[in-house]
Design a protein around this ligand. Structure first.
Ligand SMILES: Cc1cc2nc3c(=O)[nH]c(=O)nc-3n(C[C@H](O)[C@H](O)[C@H](O)COP(=O)(O)OP(=O)(O)OC[C@H]3O[C@@H](n4cnc5c(N)ncnc54)[C@H](O)[C@@H]3O)c2cc1C
Length: 174
């Protein structure tokens, strides 16, 4: 999912593609004010939704600005997805959110094959292994192909916080 100007088009496309390919997934970004409602629409049987915080520098009119507001929105969205019949994919490296999600999946009595955790390759590998050893599915995201350098540079340029994410991953192996 890219910046908020593309959200409607992406979700329209998802609905059309899912008619023929119901396993098609989409990403929702918890920093967008609209996302809790989108989760409600998409928390249906067979629906695969990756929930991330969001990586773009978005205006206040459409997006929560503080870390706390974004995290609270993430938890509300996770609750909606876990209460529904779909397959949520929790894409975050945030230890506080991971702890809350571990609690929420137990609260909703979710079998381990009905959701998963996702993290970027090389970011918090020890945590990835810890979750896998607990029996959770952990998917590791690897950007690949000839466009990787442009992708990385766009991500770093879009939002300074992304640079911090990569630097933390380089120095810390938690
Ligand atoms: C699989 C995947 C797919 C994604 N797809 C999209 C997408 O389609 N569109 C989009 O906009 N964004 C996407 N993102 C990026 C996402 O929106 C966030 O920008 C990014 O994941 C950073 O947020 P965070 O929740 O991981 O934690 P942050 O908000 O970066 O960090 C929160 C806290 O986590 C801890 N932490 C973070 N990294 C480390 C570390 N390496 N070591 C120790 N502690 C650490 C720190 O305490 C930090 O304060 C994706 C992310 C993933 C993992």
């Amino acid at each position: 999912m890219e910046d908020h100007t593309t959200t409607d088009a992406s979700l329209d496309l998802l609905l059309r593609v899912r008619k023929d390919f119901p396993e098609t997934g989409a990403v929702l970004q918890a920093y967008l004010r609209r996302t809790e409602a989108d989760c409600r629409d998409l928390a249906v049987a067979g629906s695969r939704i990756r929930l991330c915080k969001g990586a773009y520098d978005e205006p206040e009119s459409v997006a929560y600005q503080s870390d706390l507001e974004v995290s609270r929105s993430y938890v509300r969205c996770a609750n909606v997805l876990l209460a529904g019949g779909g397959y949520p994919m929790f894409a975050t490296h945030d230890p506080r959110l991971v702890a809350i999600l571990e609690d929420r999946v137990r609260w909703y009595d979710r079998p381990v094959d009905t959701f998963e955790f996702q993290m970027l390759y090389g970011v918090r590998p020890v945590e990835q292994r810890r979750l896998a050893e607990l029996g959770y599915a952990v998917r590791v995201y690897v950007p690949y192909g000839t466009q990787w350098y442009g992708y990385l540079m766009r991500r770093l340029a879009e939002r300074p916080a992304n640079t911090a994410l990569f630097l933390r991953a380089l120095v810390g192996r938690k």
